[in-house]
Design a protein around this ligand. Structure first.
Ligand code: ADP
Ligand code: ADP
Ligand code: ZN
Length: 242
């Protein structure tokens, strides 16, 4: 079966999770976040969670073999058979190559959300997430109407343990050393669309939709949301501005 695989690349705090939630809903695709999968394993006290904990707390990438097994188990599930939206994967060349191999002839659609390093720390240290539904907020840029309480579900907000100024430095180093090279890997493999990530979340969302094809928008995505994505490599080198 033809699959639609969308990859969101970007530094920690670039807005991948924020956009992934919206895009998954607009396109009717499951949102697969390796960070969320690891956090669920941590919360559940699984052996995988225990192995990942130290790396995550330090801001280092979890070793590829742990990530790959978890990711391929997830995308083998029924809801991913028509396609899926990846947030936070791949993050290393080995992960990207493993995914390319798994996809065979199919090419993913790759969106790179671009935010300069100077803007990242404030994004990260003021991020708050809902304990119950995972919604993402920001104390200044996207606050809840009642402090500490999720607008969507009334759940309690929390700050991730790795969302500190100290850990963000390591996470950015890991990003530049290991993940940023994927921009040229995907540019060569199938083309990649770069979106400026410092506009408003709504503007970034619209730019992401524009990357996914001319027919894409949340309003008309109800019938066959991903038909326009079926041609592989239709997203060659473009920058979507506003
Ligand atoms: P952010 O949203 O800030 O980019 P994530 O929630 O995606 O952070 O990831 C949190 C942590 O989980 C990472 O710092 C890393 O330790 C681990 N992690 C998540 N995805 C991967 C991956 N694909 N490869 C290696 N480690 C990962
Ligand atoms: P990532 O998944 O790439 O780590 P998130 O989506 O969790 O990034 O966003 C990081 C922080 O930045 C969150 O607090 C989020 O509310 C905020 N944020 C996301 N997009 C924007 C934006 N376009 N403008 C301002 N803040 C944003
Ligand atoms: Zn919530």
């Amino acid at each position: 079966m033809a699959q639609t695989v969308v990859i969101l690349l970007g530094a920690p705090g670039a807005g991948k999770g924020t956009q992934a939630v919206r895009l998954a809903e607009a396109l009717g695709m499951p949102h697969v976040s390796t960070g969320d999968l690891f956090r669920a394993n941590l919360a559940g006290g699984t052996p995988l969670g225990e192995k990942a904990r130290g790396f995550m707390d330090q801001g280092e990438l979890v070793p590829d073999e742990l990530v790959l097994e978890m990711l391929f188990d997830r995308v083998a599930q029924d809801d991913c058979q028509a396609g899926y939206l990846l947030d936070g994967f791949p993050r290393t060349m080995a992960q990207a190559m493993a995914l390319t191999q798994a996809l065979g002839d199919q090419r993913p659609t790759v969106i790179n959300i671009d935010v300069p390093d100077e803007a990242i720390e404030r994004r990260i240290v003021e991020r708050r997430s809902c304990k119950d539904c995972g919604a993402i907020y920001h104390l200044t840029f996207n606050p809840t109407s009642v402090e500490g309480v999720c607008d969507r579900c009334g759940g309690e907000l929390f700050q991730r343990k790795d969302d500190t100024s100290e850990v963000v430095r390591t996470r950015l180093q890991e990003y530049h050393a290991k993940t940023e090279p994927l921009v040229s890997y995907y540019t060569d493999l199938c083309g990649l669309c770069t979106v400026p990530g410092q506009n408003s979340p709504q503007e970034v969302f619209e730019a992401c939709l524009a990357c996914l094809g001319p027919g894409s928008n949340a309003a008309n995505s109800s019938s066959k949301p991903t038909d326009h994505l079926k041609t592989p490599c239709d997203n060659s080198q473009k920058e979507v501005g506003l």
